[in-house]
Ligand binder design. Structure first.
Ligand code: SF4
Ligand code: SF4
Length: 56
């Protein structure tokens, strides 16, 4: 299991520093989560202003 970022992402960058395992990075059109590294803590989803992050 991992959290995923949808295309609703507005690239605000708020989620990236919240991740304890640093698996969020800026992609070309939206931020992305490295699924193999994500530990499903939910910290990123809690700060997303547009609710673009959900559990896969
Ligand atoms: Fe990082 Fe936690 Fe979000 Fe996974 S759920 S991307 S571990 S902050
Ligand atoms: Fe995108 Fe939400 Fe992360 Fe902001 S907090 S970069 S809108 S996924």
């Amino acid at each position: 299991m991992a959290h995923v970022i949808s295309d609703e992402c507005i690239m605000c960058g708020s989620c990236e520093p919240e991740c304890p395992v640093e698996c969020i990075s800026e992609g070309d059109t939206q931020y992305e989560i490295e699924a193999d590294v994500c530990i499903d803590c939910g910290a990123c989803a809690a700060v997303c202003p547009v609710d673009a992050i959900s559990q896969a």
